[in-house]
Design a protein around this ligand. Structure first.
Ligand SMILES: *[C@@H]1O[C@H](CO)[C@@H](O)[C@H](O)[C@H]1NC(C)=O
Ligand SMILES: *[C@@H]1O[C@H](CO)[C@@H](O)[C@H](O)[C@H]1NC(C)=O
Ligand SMILES: *[C@@H]1O[C@H](CO)[C@@H](O)[C@H](O)[C@H]1NC(C)=O
Length: 432
């Protein structure tokens, strides 16, 4: 019987002992360490507790008590003096079993800091005011299993602006700054003097910030102002001037980033897409887009003129735009109506899956580009709120304003069709 019991005990112990228990406790708390997690018929004489290699009974440790005939050790209240290794051993004539606890007492100054992911955080640590500061404190992060890594080691800092560094080196304030926190920064940090004096411990938890309520456009309920004078002679020239100015701006911007290559881009396409977006923009957003496309703020006829321009060019240049929107957005009906009125585009709700949306968008693009572009997108993220597409297709029979070089470059059956691109410029600016 006895041997069977010991055999069982051994099996169970193999599990129990396979991991030495590392425990972290706060000062002032109560700790109860069981010797074995199950009952046996051993008695008090068989059980012995040691602390840092010495019999507990031989040490005069205050607030440590062996309870229940040795079955567990109780420490209350825990202080820094209790930090160390506790071993319970169960012995009889034939065998000895031990169980080990490694206890770390969190330094007396403890902070718990919660920070939103992406923001910067300071972990506090101070040298006592009376001390001289000649060497910086050391910051460690616990990495599990009783291990820790040093964070502010000068020799390893190769970065010019490291993400983790001391805020004020060689100051009494030895706070650590962690910039742009990520979830992995969550953990326990310790600040210690080089002599090992514990200065502070911080439990940092990085959390996902609460989702902000979507930017509200409430209060912006009015549809785009009607064009007062549709027959005005100056409406057309204003739009053309806006587009020319926008094109120049865009050209110099693109040229700057591609100084030596030929450029092929379509200001009209980009401008048309942004103007379509402008139809639904209000407040500061509206002003920003108007500035970007170089449209005067009081030029209410911009959409009407855009429609006229599209109709005027339609024999050689086909411009189409479309808006896809997240089903969680509800579009105001007057916007939908105006979108159809000016841009011949009824905004379309995005579908459930990325595959369905990819297919839908690529089909639209293929249709509008007469199958010159079939795979514009590979996937559509579920986070997408709105997709604005504009396609310009050019049927260059004769009337083109493009120069010869460009013609040669695209030659043959002469159909330059690109998403967001039309005017091909070989080191020349273009004319509308
Ligand atoms: C849509 O806009 C109109 C004015 O154009 C406004 O009266 C209406 O309340 C708006 N609808 C919603 C759902 O915001
Ligand atoms: C949108 O157009 C439809 C059909 O033309 C019309 O019945 C509806 O009143 C319009 N809604 C708004 C808000 O203009
Ligand atoms: C694009 O779709 C429209 C409407 O479905 C259709 O009439 C037109 O022929 C299509 N164009 C091409 C190039 O397939």
């Amino acid at each position: 019987m006895r041997h069977q019991a010991i055999f069982c005990l051994l099996l169970q112990l193999i599990f129990e002992l396979s991991s030495c228990a590392h425990l972290r406790v706060a000062p002032g708390s109560t700790l109860e360490l069981p010797c074995l997690a199950f009952k046996t018929d051993f008695t008090a004489e068989n059980i012995n507790w040691q602390f840092n290699g010495e019999d507990i009974s031989a040490q005069s440790l205050s607030s440590v008590a062996v309870k229940m005939d040795g079955w567990y050790l109780s420490i209350s209240p825990v202080t820094a003096a209790h930090e160390g290794t506790y071993v319970c051993s169960v012995k009889d004539d034939n065998m000895e079993l031990t169980r080990t606890y490694s206890i770390t007492v969190v330094a007396s100054i403890g902070y718990a800091i919660k920070v939103n992911q992406g923001s910067d955080v300071y972990l506090p640590c101070n040298f006592p005011p009376s001390s001289q500061v000649e060497i910086d404190a050391l910051w460690f992060k616990e990495t599990g299993g009783g291990k820790r890594t040093l964070l502010n080691q000068k020799e390893t800092a190769t970065d010019d602006s490291p993400r983790v560094e001391l805020r004020y080196p060689l100051d009494h304030d030895q706070s650590l700054i962690i910039k742009e926190t990520v979830m992995e920064d969550t953990g326990i940090y310790h600040c210690e003097s080089t002599e090992g004096q514990k200065l502070s411990s911080v439990y940092l938890s990085v959390v996902v910030p609460p989702t902000l309520a979507p930017y509200s456009c409430s209060g912006f309920l009015t549809p785009w102002e009607p064009c007062q004078d549709e027959n005005s002679r100056i409406g057309g020239p204003i739009l053309q001037e806006s587009m020319a100015e926008f094109s120049m701006k865009l050209y110099s911007y693109v040229r700057e980033s591609h100084p030596t290559t030929n450029l092929l881009f379509s200001p009209i396409s980009i401008s048309a897409a942004l103007t379509h977006l402008l139809l639904g923009a209000r407040g500061d957003t509206r002003k920003a887009i108007q500035t970007a496309v170089c449209v005067p703020y009081d030029f209410h006829c911009v959409h009407f003129q855009m429609k006229k321009l599209r109709e005027k060019l339609s024999s050689s240049l086909q411009i189409a735009s479309q808006i896809y929107y997240n089903p969680q957005i509800s579009l105001n009906e007057s916007f939908t109506n105006q979108s159809m009125q000016f841009y011949e585009a009824k905004p379309v709700r995005l579908l459930e899956t990325s595959e369905e949306n990819t297919q839908m968008i690529n089909d639209w693009v293929a249709n509008k580009t007469k199958y010159k572009i079939r795979n514009l997108v590979d996937s559509v993220s579920p986070n997408v709120q709105i997709i604005l597409l504009n396609a310009v297709s050019f049927s260059g029979h004769g009337k083109s304003s493009l120069n010869r070089n460009t013609r040669r470059a695209f030659s043959q059956n002469w159909m330059v069709i690109l998403y967001g691109c039309l005017y091909s410029i070989t080191r020349n600016t273009w004319q509308l």
